[in-house]
Design a protein around this ligand. Structure first.
Ligand code: NDP
Length: 410
């Protein structure tokens, strides 16, 4: 039976979800896109390959979302707005008895902090209502979690170390721009770093640890240790882990601009008084920066994102990488989007397809690694994000002196 979906958020990644769903009418029945700025919904509606309906919505307001759900009657709400809206949209789903999915975990506006506790707290209420919430179904979190579930299921008896490695080797031609929502991106990058080792969280100053990592199809790039939300759920769901870290590449220009912006207070999230009016500097900065969707047109280069696993298989040490490479120019050609939005939106569509087929079932609140990775991995490759498994030198370390040298292609 076709799945009726309500997509909330007509931004860079939300537009990919709407357009991709509209390309797969064999799975999706009615598609409705609702967002804060109606004009953006209209633009996307015109670009969809088949008919979708649209409306204006402020998803911070639970009763507005309840009204749209009640009128449109979707079976799944895909939240592609901002992490600030997660709890309000989950509450609306709870009130109306509809499944929920998102790509980023809840974050309060006034504290630059994200963690799953707020959303996990909905588990019993979702269970009692007989519905499910699928958290973090983008690329990272999302695909990376599912790569971990796949490695746990098929490739290892024990996984000891995981390094999630995220490289955007693209060039958008701007001196400073963020590839997804500027506010969320800058809050993520400027907070203290954190990783998990031997049963405890270790905190570091923001961007204070970096190393060169050699990425498939891209080569060596300086990569910085960040805290990223999937670490929190993977520590819970991947058994026997000793260490998990997250690395992301940033160019020198990006770091230089960010440092200046931070030093002069432009990334502050608390209100300041300007000519008698309260403004929040990071919100004003967002207004000045290019919208992530606007970067797509002349973007060149590739993203290369994956997980490097170390552990034991059949009594022997093993090291494997699972990854995807995505080309900005090709995603623009296919769907008018840059690769960061594409790699976020396509997994959400594949996740929705899992709900439609019943391959991902259950009631309560789940992170994506709790579901069977196999049908998802098969589906996501078909709709735009093929993945590769490569065997690495079992005794090498992630780092400067070690190049990415696949030994056996699987
Ligand atoms: P954009 O800023 O391009 O899009 C966000 C959209 O949400 C905008 O259209 C915005 O409306 C809309 N919105 C904001 N507030 C509300 C509201 N109260 N009610 C209704 N709509 C609202 O961001 P992205 O598309 O880049 O990112 C979308 C989400 O994807 C974010 O949560 C981000 O963290 C997540 N993400 C996840 C990734 C992953 O791999 N897991 C990677 C990248 C992003 P308006 O147009 O009016 O501003």
């Amino acid at each position: 039976m076709a799945l009726d979906v309500l997509i909330i958020g007509a931004g860079a990644a939300g537009s990919v979800v709407a357009k991709k769903c509209a390309m797969h009418r064999e799975v999706f029945g009615r598609i409705h896109l609702a967002s804060r700025t109606f004009k953006k919904c209209e633009v996307i509606q015109k670009q969809c390959a088949s008919e979708i309906s649209i409306s204006q919505l402020d998803a911070d307001n639970v009763s507005e979302t309840v009204a749209i759900i009640t009128k449109f009657k979707p079976q799944l709400v895909i939240n592609m707005a901002l992490p600030y809206q997660d709890l309000a949209i989950m509450s609306a789903c709870l009130e109306t008895g509809v499944d929920y999915m998102d790509t980023a975990n809840y974050e309060p506006r006034d504290v630059a902090k994200f963690e799953y506790s707020w959303q996990w707290a909905y588990h019993d209420r979702f269970k009692d209502k007989g519905i499910k919430a699928i958290l973090g179904c983008g690329f990272d979190p999302g695909m990376t979690n599912i790569y971990c579930a796949y490695a746990q299921k098929h490739l290892f008896d024990e996984i000891h170390n995981i390094d999630i490695v995220d490289c955007n080797a693209g060039d958008h031609g701007q001196s400073f721009a963020t590839n997804f929502n500027p506010e969320i991106n800058i809050r993520e990058v400027t907070q203290r770093g954190k990783y998990w080792e031997e049963g405890e969280w270790k905190e570091i100053d923001a961007l204070s640890i970096n190393q060169m990592i050699d990425y498939p199809e891209v080569g060596g790039r300086r990569s910085y240790l960040l805290y990223h939300e999937e670490l929190e759920s993977l520590v819970k769901h991947i058994k026997g882990l000793k260490r998990i870290r997250f690395w992301m590449t940033f160019g020198e220009e990006y770091i230089k601009h960010l440092t200046v912006l931070q030093n002069i207070g432009m990334t502050r999230i608390d209100p300041v008084v300007h000519h008698g009016q309260k403004i929040i500097p990071i919100e004003f900065l967002k207004t000045l920066l290019p919208e992530p969707s606007s970067l797509a047109e002349n973007y060149t280069g590739k993203t290369s994102i994956g997980c490097v696993f170390e552990g034991i298989k059949d009594g022997k040490k093993r090291r494997v990488m699972i990854y995807n490479v995505c080309d900005h120019a090709l995603t623009h050609q296919e769907i008018g989007a840059q690769a960061v939005s594409y790699t976020t939106g396509v997994p959400a569509v594949a996740g929705a397809m899992m709900v439609a087929s019943g391959a991902w079932s259950g009631i309560g609140v789940f992170n994506v690694e709790q579901f069977d990775p196999d049908p998802f991995m098969e589906q996501v490759a078909k709709i735009g994000l093929p993945w590769h498994v490569v065997e690495l030198d079992a005794h090498a370390q992630l780092g400067e002196d070690i190049l990415f040298t696949p030994q056996v292609a699987a």
